[in-house]
Write a new protein. Structure first.
Length: 162
C-alpha cells in the first residue's frame, strides 16, 4: 500500500517538475499563475486541493513546503536544462558516445538529487493529509495506474504503423 502512495506522489511531482521545466524554457511567459503565484505548482496544488478537499490550513502548509523546497529545486532543474542543451549538438550532428556518456554521468547526479528532493516533498505533503484524504489520494493513484496500464496494453496490442 505504501509503495502505491509513493509511486503516485513521485509521478505527480514528475508531471509538475516536467511542466515546470518546459515552462521555464519558454521566454518570459509572464508572472506565475495559480494560487500564491507559484506557477504550475500552484495549478497542481489547486487541483489536489479541489480533489482532496484541503483546508485553508493544509493549503498554507503545502504552499510553505513548496516554497521552502523551490530554492533547492531551481538549481537542479537548471542543471538538467543545461545538460539537455549540451546534448543538442550530438542529437543534431555527429554523435560521440564518449562525450555523451560524460555529459550523462554529470546529469545523473542532478537527477539523483532531484529524485531525493521530489520524494522528500511528496512525503512532507502526504503527511499533512488526513487519513480520509490519504485514502482518497491512494484511490486516485490506483485508478490512474489502472488507466495507464490499460493504455500501455492498448499500445502494445496495436499493430505498428509505418
Amino acid at each position: 500500500m505504501r509503495s502505491i502512495q509513493y509511486r503516485f506522489l513521485v509521478a505527480a511531482l514528475a508531471v509538475v517538475l516536467g511542466s515546470a521545466i518546459a515552462q521555464s524554457q519558454t521566454p518570459d511567459a509572464g508572472p506565475p499563475a495559480g494560487p500564491g503565484g507559484m506557477g504550475h505548482f500552484g495549478h497542481m496544488l489547486g487541483f489536489y486541493s479541489d480533489m482532496l478537499g484541503l483546508t485553508d490550513a493544509q493549503m498554507t502548509q503545502a504552499k510553505g513546503i513548496l516554497q521552502k523546497e523551490m530554492p533547492n529545486l531551481r538549481p537542479l532543474l537548471q542543471q538538467i536544462r543545461q545538460t539537455e542543451q549540451q546534448l543538442k549538438p550530438y542529437e543534431q550532428g555527429t554523435f560521440d558516445e564518449a562525450k555523451v556518456a560524460a555529459i550523462a554521468a554529470q546529469a545523473q547526479q542532478a537527477q539523483t538529487q532531484l529524485l531525493i528532493a521530489k520524494t522528500r516533498i511528496h512525503s512532507e505533503l502526504y503527511q499533512i493529509l488526513t487519513p480520509d484524504q490519504q485514502q482518497k489520494l491512494n484511490q486516485f493513484e490506483a485508478n490512474r495506474q489502472a488507466r495507464m496500464q490499460r493504455h500501455m496494453n492498448q499500445q502494445s496490442a496495436a499493430p505498428p504503423s509505418d
